[in-house]
Design a protein around this ligand. Sequence first.
Ligand code: COA
Length: 258
Amino acid sequence: MIPEIQAGLERGVLTLTISRADKKNALTNDMYGALADAIENASTDASVRVVLIQADGDSFTAGNDIGEFAAQATGNAPKERHVVRFLHSLANATVPIVAAVQGKAVGVGTTMLLHCDYVVLADDAQLITPFVNLALVPEAASSYLLPLRIGHARAFEMFSLGDPLPADTAVAWGIANRTVPGDQLRAEGRRIAEKIATKPSGSLTAMKRLMREAEKLVAQMDAESSTFVERLRSAEAKEAFAAFVQKRQPDFSRIAKQ
Ligand code: COA
């Protein structure tokens, strides 16, 4: 493990804590790698019955590290993009996954929730999918899963406008199970995870397999990923990343319509 991803196993629950609070838990390639290792191992480790994902600080995660996006845009991609392995590990996971989410859950912070089996939100949680604002496309099979979950109209609105979705709306739309006051989030995530861990794990695994089409999800992720990598290198994306670094609004008006 690395300091930015803490892992602890207790009473059958593997808790993974994203811990890079000073950068709003933005996810780096190494962090994706550590998460992928843990989720892949959880499916074969007999002592892990449930995975619980939580995060330190005031935000669940600000999504992919934008500095790393910008590096990829200029051809400095890491040798192995662990994000791909992380997303595949979510699609192929056979253990139930619970998430406890506070503050902002941006990009993959929201799309990973579509692979979780039980999502508890602090009442200050906001789900944000700014892929189009960054001139990218949705990932993590969310271009398939989000419209399926909440309908095309709402999914298009979330993806294209990138406005924050409040926690109570996320519950009303079926993206999450419930909200709790922020100071109860950790305890509630743990309570649910431990409750699920007492259930017969063979039955849970078989049910999860029946409820999710892992192969279809992986195929969708791979299709998204090739478009995503093309978009990363686009003039529009370069402008979006430069604007983030320079703390200004992007100006796409001078980039010709494609
Ligand atoms: N990648 C890299 N660094 C990030 C980051 C990201 N995705 N999100 C936040 N940070 C860094 C900021 O650069 C800042 O670093 P600094 O203190 O060295 O300047 C620090 O985290 C705090 O962020 P800040 O923007 O000051 O906090 P905020 O509370 O005002 O806003 C967010 C929080 C999440 C709304 C805002 O940081 C944001 O929009 N981040 C980008 C989210 C995004 O588009 N992610 C990609 C999704 S595909």
